[in-house]
Every structure is written in C-alpha cells, then in structure tokens.
Design a protein around this ligand. Structure first.
Ligand code: S3P
Length: 207
C-alpha cells in the first residue's frame, strides 16, 4: 500500500517544477543496506507530493511473510525473482518515490525497467556508516555471517560499479535527513529542468 504524503507546507518552485518534469516517471532509490533509502525516500515523497512505496514492504505483503522467512523457506534466487516482479509492478503504478532493497539494482532486467520508467538515485555511503546503521537491525539475511563487516565490504565492491549507473549519486552521511533530501531535489531539478548534475558534490566534510 502506498503511503500518501500529507504536506505540511506549500511546495517550493523547485519542488513543483521537479514533480511536473517527472511526469509519469517515478524516482527510485538504490544503494546498500543502511544507506537510508527508506528514510530519505519517505521524506522526499512528502516534499515532491508523491506517494512513497517501499519495495521490501511490498514484497513481504505479496508473499505474506517476512524477508528473513522468504530467504529461509525459498532461498535467495526465489526472493530475487519476487523482488523483480514487485518492482516491475510498482514502476507500472507510478509516479511515486520507490525505495528498493540493496540487491535489486543488480538485476539487468530491473535496471533497464528503472531506466525506462523512472529516474534513479544512488544513495552512496561509506562502509563505516553502513556498518553502524545495519548493526541496529538483525533482519538482513545476507548479513548473518561470521564477519558482517567483510560481507558488507565484498557486497560494496561487487555492487558499486552497478549502483554507479544510476542517473544521480547523492552522498548519504550523518547530517540531518532534510539536508540529503535537499540535495536529492537539487540534483533532480538540475537533471530534469536544466543543468546536468550527475553527482552532487561530495559534501561529507561540510557541516
Ligand atoms: C538486501 C537488502 C535488504 C533486503 C534483503 C536483501 C540486499 O533491503 O532487500 O535483505 O541484497 O542488499 P535494504 O537495502 O532495504 O536493507
């Protein structure tokens, strides 16, 4: 079920122009577990007056079971097939802001659907930030290993070359969430309404 945004204030011209320029396309957030895709996506949807959809939640609803249970009962390949089907359906229901699970963008078919029906944003984060955030939850089957930090490092090196194909890259870091959302909107506006920012400058050192 989409979460419908209830905006607290009027949109800025930049937000309104971005939503208009998107037309029927969605915004899809990709990136590693713990990068903040759901947290930022939810806030971005409010600012752009679009529904928010979380692919992991939709997969769980479609399967009637949790992601760890899907992995345990059916294995990762079946989870990936279901994930691709659910994301295809969500893209057909756009426009929306869609947060995807960290492995979804690895599948060629899903990347090409996203390329046609959406604008993609890679929320990029350093390994130490990812590790700090993923430690808060124990519901990620891929991290139930003897050395989760090594697993995160391996997944990052396998996945980053593909995440890099997203239309925009935004650095996710420990600053107020609204700052990351501002940068997403700034990047989307430049991409869709003029300018051509593919990557908003790395502002990790800035306050
Ligand atoms: C996965 C990430 C998870 C979830 C599943 C697999 C991955 O989503 O889809 O546990 O392969 O990176 P989040 O990225 O939202 O944690």
């Amino acid at each position: 079920m989409p979460e419908t945004a209830t905006p607290a204030s009027a949109s800025t011209p930049q937000e309104a122009e971005t939503t208009t320029a998107l037309g029927k396309r969605s915004i899809v957030l990709v990136g590693m577990m713990g990068a903040g895709k759901s947290t930022i996506g939810r806030r971005l949807s409010v600012r752009l007056r679009l529904p928010f959809l979380d692919a992991d939640t939709e997969i769980e609803a479609a399967a009637g079971m949790s992601i760890p249970d899907i992995f345990e009962a059916h294995g990762e390949p079946k989870f990936r097939d279901g994930e691709a089907r659910v994301i295809a359906r969500l893209l057909d229901s756009g426009p929306a802001v869609i947060a995807t699970g960290g492995g979804a963008f690895m599948r060629e078919e899903t990347r090409s659907r996203i390329g046609i029906k959406a604008v993609s944003i890679w929320l990029k984060a350093d390994a130490d930030i990812i590790m700090r955030r993923v430690k808060r939850r124990a519901d990620r089957p891929l991290l139930q290993t003897a050395d989760p930090a090594a697993t995160v490092g391996r997944l990052m090196s396998e996945r980053e070359p593909l995440y890099q194909r997203a239309d925009l890259t935004i650095w996710s870091r420990d600053v107020p969430h609204e700052k990351i959302v501002d940068e997403c909107i700034e990047g989307l506006h430049a991409l869709l309404c003029g300018g051509a920012a593919k990557e908003i400058p790395d502002r990790r050192g800035a306050t």
